[in-house]
Ligand binder design. Structure first.
Ligand code: APR
Length: 242
């Protein structure tokens, strides 16, 4: 069975109404990275960082998978599929993809400030997702993670978002490179390839395999020797087409 590796960024969730980072209306047009996405911000401005991610969790609860996520999940009917995503949302999971590597962490998880290996799914997150999908009011669930992130774990450690901040290492990067190197087909969708080491993933693939790119704009692929098939469309349209 052929193996497809799908490498996604914020553009794959844009059609679900989740802001990207570097588009004109993107997250970094409204927040300074140094205020909300660095270890220093967390240390010296904890409440601002916690509030920023609580706001993104609340927004995420109201979002739904879009045809791009569904198309990627449906590939599993005919191929061995691995998803490597830079996104911290859980929409690939909700769409039914079963093998997902998050390079930059997950909004639905917290971790110990002292030991990065101690990772905790937010209790009640899955139930909150289902309840809101069935029309229940989001605000009923906001306390689910507000209490969680202020709690301490069983070792008495303070918790933090399980998200890779700028300047922090990307623990799953080597595993992601190994996965990419086994691809027979490589699909890149919705990433500006602006952030390293994630963007360097494209150099881990075999030189003889086809690359399919679905994006509204054409990121810089000049250093890729592989043949690139470019579909310049919204992910929600281009991926089902692909
Ligand atoms: N369909 C397809 N592509 C889209 C769509 C859409 N509807 N909307 C935007 N795009 C494309 C843009 O053209 C761009 O190539 O998605 C990409 C978004 O790029 P970024 O905003 O830079 O997002 P991403 O590449 O995922 O950022 C990487 O940067 O800030 C960090 O940790 C953060 O994981 C993030 C990383």
């Amino acid at each position: 069975m052929k193996k497809i590796v799908v490498f996604t960024g914020a553009g794959v969730s844009a059609d679900s109404g989740i802001a990207t980072f570097r588009d004109s209306d993107g997250l970094w047009a409204n927040y300074r990275i140094e205020d909300v996405c660095t270890p220093e911000a967390l240390e010296f401005n904890r409440s601002t960082v916690i509030e920023f991610y609580n706001k993104r969790r609340r927004e995420l609860l109201e979002k739904r998978v879009n045809p791009a996520h569904t198309a990627i999940a449906s590939l599993e009917r005919a191929y061995e599929v691995e998803v490597i995503t830079q996104n911290i949302d859980d929409l690939h999971e909700r769409a039914g993809s079963t093998r997902i590597t998050h390079l930059h962490g997950e909004l639905s998880k917290l971790r110990s400030m002292r030991d990065a290996e101690r990772i905790y799914p937010i209790a009640g997150w899955g139930e909150a997702v289902k309840a809101v999908e069935q029309g229940e009011d989001v605000d009923r669930y906001a306390s689910v993670w507000q209490e969680a992130v202020e709690a301490k774990d069983e070792h008495g450690d303070l918790l933090r978002p399980h998200v890779v901040f700028f300047g922090e290492s990307v623990p799953n990067y080597d595993a992601a490179c190994r996965i990419a190197s086994t691809a027979d087909i490589f699909i890149v969708c919705g990433t500006s390839l602006a952030v390293y080491p994630a963007a360097a993933l494209v150099f881990s693939i075999r030189k003889d395999i086809p690359v399919y790119l679905v994006d509204l704009a054409r990121p810089d692929l000049s250093r890729i020797d592989n043949p690139v098939h470019f579909i310049q469309k919204r992910a929600a349209e281009g991926l089902p087409e692909l």
